[in-house]
Each structure stands twice: as C-alpha cells, then as structure tokens.
Design a binder for this molecule. Structure first.
Ligand code: NAI
Ligand code: MG
Length: 490
C-alpha cells in the first residue's frame, strides 16, 4: 500500500488474500493495515497538505498532472480491465467498455474543471469595494469506497480532491484493493507528489474508523451502505468534519402504459441486472400498470432466462458472480424473505446449475410484491427484481416515492411531456426517462432522503472539495478612519 513516499507493508506484518469471485480462488495478497498504518497515511497527507507543493500549485499545474494520470490509465487500459474484471466480478466486456474508459474520462474531466477554479470578484456597491471569493482546498480528505466499482469509485474520491488542491487518504473496500493501488501507482508516475495520495488496504472498522475520527482529517467522503453511512456521520460529528455520503438505493423503474416495449424491456432488464444488481442505482422495483402487467412481465422473464452467466474473463458473459460468499448469502436471505412474505417467485431464486465454484446467483424476479414487503423496501444488492402493479398515476407516484431511499429512478414512456411530469414528482437525485444507469462526469450524482448527503461529479462534486473564503480587501484606505468616531490621540 502507499504511505507517503513508500510502498509499504503493514506495521503488524499481516496480510490478507484477495479473491477472484468467479472461482473463489486467491488472486493476490495485500497488507492488512490497522490503525497504526492509517495514522501513518494521515500524517503523510497532513504533512503534504501543510508543507508540500500540491496545495500551493496553480490549478493549471495540477490539471496537467491529472491529465497525465488520465493518459497513463488509458495506456494501461487493457491490464486494468483484466484486473478489474477478475477482482470485481465484472464481465470483461463491461470492465473494458465502461469501467476503465469512465475512469479515464472522469479523471480528465476533473483536470478540466480544476482549470475553472478561479477567484470570483463580487461588487459591494454599498461599501464601494470589490470583494473576492476564493475557493480553497479543505485539507486532508479521506475516501472510503465500496467494491462494486473499485477503480471508478477511487477516481471519484481522488480526482476531485486532488484537482481542488487537497491531499488524500483512500481506503478501498477489502475485497477489491487492486485497481485502486494501480491508480495510485500511476498517479505517482504522473507527478502527484509524495504524501498527496495515500492508499491503505485494511478493514473498515479499523482503518475506516481511524480515518473518520482522526483529528488531522478534515473531510470524509464515503460510498457504501446506509448503515455504515449513519455510523460515519456520527463518528465524524465530534470533529465537525465535512462529510459527503453516497449510500443505498431502491430505484423504481416506472413503466407508463404508452411505453415502447422494444425500449422498455431491454432497458429495465439492464436497469435491474447490470453488474448482478450490485449497483446503488440499480432498478430494483419495476412498477407496471395493471393493463400492461402480464404481457410485459412474461416477456421480461423470458429475457432474464436468456442471460448468459459465466466467468468474468469471457467476452460472452452477461452476468458474473456476486462479490463474495457473504454477499451471496445475504441475497439468498432476501429471496427466502420474499417467498415467506408472500411474493410470487417467477424466475430464478437460486444458484445456477453448472457453477460449483464462484459466488453466482440466477437473475431473480418476484411478482405480486406489496410495497411494505422487505424486498420492496431494503437494498438487496444482488440480481433480485421486485414487480409492483399500479392502477392510477397517483398510486404510481406514491409507490415510486414509497421507500426511505431517493437515489435514482427511471420513467419509460413515448410521451415525453407526461414522462417529465412523472419524473418531476419523483424524489430522487437522478431520474432518467427511457434510460437507466447512464452517468455523465458533468452532471451531479447523489441522493435525496436516506440515499446520501452531498453530490459527486461535475462542478457540483468539485465544489464539495473546496472551502469558500470571503477575502475583503479595503483598497480605499478610508473606510475605518472614523470607526467609533474617536479622535486619534497623539
Ligand atoms: P459497507 O458499507 O460495509 O462498506 C463500504 C466501505 O466502508 C468499505 O470500504 C468498508 O471497508 C468501509 N467500512 C465498513 N465499516 C466501516 C466503519 N465502521 N467505518 C468506516 N468504514 C467502514 O458495505 P458492505 O458491507 O461491503 O456491503 C453491505 C451492503 O452495503 C451491500 O449489500 C449493499 O446493500 C450496500 N452497499 C452499497 C454500495 C453503494 O454503492 N451505495 C456499495 C457497496 C455496498
Ligand atoms: Mg459492511
């Protein structure tokens, strides 16, 4: 792992195995960091912030380094895709065509945005002065990330923080540290100075908690479960640290009765089962109008049954394994719960045949789901889709909004005015019309309600890594002369 200038082992000497979820076999061994290692990383980041060159460089200079980093990721795209696919349980097609290109593009976009960081001049006509508003870096930023997009999540925590002149300690998820370490190696090669970026590989309850509670850390950015998000908010409170959280979701996919099935069928299948449903944005609740229900669901089930499960190294694979045995058990627990609570299992529900190794689960669809059932309310993070039926537009909007989450939603209709009206009524950070999952580096990403705090991506995300300073400069030399109206003694 990367502590300051050193590629380091853990202070305890302990290591742990990183698995390939397609086989359950060991693919790498990395340091198992503890609190002491986390503190070493924080000290390095603090020193780099307080005394190092990075925060003092002009934004244009930082942009050049980040552009070089993007170029290096591009150069190593094939190797990174192979690593991401094998470690993350992500079909190689997705890793190659989505994860790695997005990592390049998003790094480059934050470099571009760094150039837009300028002081603003604000006219204060009442006092006859032009004031300045500066965007300064916050300090040491901790990034704590999940295992579903190991490289992209690292980019989202590292690139905007560095672009704005902060220094960073990144903690990858224990299951998936490899591409984050590779990104850090390329960052050093690109010219990110010693200590400006540190990566600590170790468990959340030790390394993560040290990052959140250590007084030398100024800001925490977390992506993961709502449960851990709540803990992080509480742990960060005594130090009044700035916190952004990107948490769970339970995105509805709302099909209107005039939706084009040629678009809505493959679209909602993709919404539900991309990356085995292990995405916070995954469409996990399908809302169908009564009149469309039978025909639409029948065809969707046949499509789900055609999906090709396989190892992530195969270009034929549509769905890979889940990340871990414990994630599979969690998902299977939800499937049992769905059956117990009276939903109708219409396809999937178990482990696919012919996969003795690896953490596979079939694409699973439940019909006749009531909105108060556990599988309609809780984030499952697996290939499990709940189908709900609505009878009126009013009921549909109520169902769409009827969870504690508000991360994303999609609306499917050929009538764009009607779709927009529905979209405006949904309380979520992203609403797609006739699309699901697409992300742009220029637009904000984040959650309403218990899906999070703050936004990532775009200028909105970059600003989350800055402090605003009002610099009032009295250029007149006059304004304070008769403060209190007293006569100056000799
Ligand atoms: P998690 O929320 O426990 O882990 C996310 C990150 O937080 C990891 O790096 C982990 O090491 C760290 N962490 C864990 N406990 C911590 C603590 N006390 N203090 C500081 N950092 C801590 O997610 P997990 O256990 O891997 O998955 C459980 C569920 O979380 C999933 O089934 C899914 O529902 C949800 N999840 C949501 C994600 C999202 O993108 N919103 C991503 C991953 C998981
Ligand atoms: Mg956990």
């Amino acid at each position: 792992m990367l502590l300051g200038d050193a590629w380091a082992t853990s202070a305890s000497g302990e290591t742990y195995d990183v698995l390939d979820p397609s086989t359950g076999g060991v693919m790498a061994t990395v340091p198992r960091a503890g609190r002491e290692d986390a503190r070493a990383a924080i000290d390095a980041a603090r020193d780099a912030f307080d005394r190092g060159p990075w925060p003092r460089m002009r934004p244009e200079e930082r942009a050049k380094v980040l552009e070089q980093l993007a170029a290096l990721v591009q150069e190593r795209a094939d190797d990174l895709a192979t690593l991401e696919a094998q470690n993350g349980g992500k079909p190689i097609r997705q890793a190659s065509f989505a994860d790695i290109p997005m990592a390049v593009e998003h790094t480059r976009h934050f470099a571009h945005l760094a150039r837009s960081l300028r002081d603003e001049v604000v006219d204060l006509p009442d006092v006859g002065i032009k004031s300045r508003v500066l965007r300064e870096p916050i300090g040491v930023c901790a990034g704590i990330i999940p295992w579903n997009y190991p490289l992209l999540m690292a980019v989202w925590k590292v690139a905007p923080a560095l672009a704005a002149g902060n220094t960073v300690v990144l903690k990858p998820a224990s299951y998936t540290p490899l591409t984050a370490l590779a990104y850090a190696r390329l960052a050093r090669e690109a010219g990110v100075p010693s200590g400006a970026l540190n990566v600590v590989t170790g468990p959340g309850p030790e390394v993560g908690e040290e990052l959140v509670t250590n007084p030398l850390v100024d800001r925490v950015a977390f992506t993961g479960s709502t449960e851990v998000g709540r803990q992080i908010m509480a742990l960060a409170a005594p130090g009044v640290k700035k916190v952004t959280l990107e948490l769970g979701g339970k995105a509805p996919m709302v099909v209107l009765d005039d939706a084009d099935p040629e678009e809505a069928l493959p679209g909602t299948l993709f919404g539900a089962f991309l990356h085995q449903g292990q995405i916070c944005l995954s469409g996990t609740r399908l809302l169908l109008p009564e009149g469309l229900h039978d025909g639409f669901l029948g065809r969707l089930v046949r499509m789900a049954e055609q999906m090709r499960l396989g190892p992530t190294s195969s270009w034929e694979t549509d769905m890979g394994p889940l990340i871990s045995e414990s994630q599979r058990e969690k998902v299977e627990g939800y499937i049992r719960k769905g059956e117990e609570e009276g939903a109708t299992l219409v396809t999937g529900g178990g482990r696919p045949e012919g996969f003795e190794r690896g953490f596979y689960v079939e694409p699973t669809i439940f019909d006749a789901v009531a909105n108060d059932m556990t599988i309609a309310q809780e984030e499952i993070f697996g290939p499990v889709l709940s189908v709900l039926t609505y009878r009126s537009e009013e009921e549909m909007v109520e169902l769409a909004n009827g969870t504690a989450y508000g991360l994303a939603a999609s609306v499917w209709s050929q009538d764009l005015r009607r779709a927009e009206r529905v979209a405006r009524g949904i309380r979520a950070g992203t609403v797609w019309v006739n699309h699901h999952h697409i992300l742009s580096c220029a637009t904000p990403h984040g959650g309403y309600k218990q899906s999070g705090v703050g936004r990532e991506l775009g200028i909105y995300g970059l600003h989350e890594y800055t402090e605003l300073k009002h610099l009032f400069l009295d250029e007149t030399g006059e304004a304070m002369k008769d403060a209190f109206g007293l006569v100056l003694p000799d």
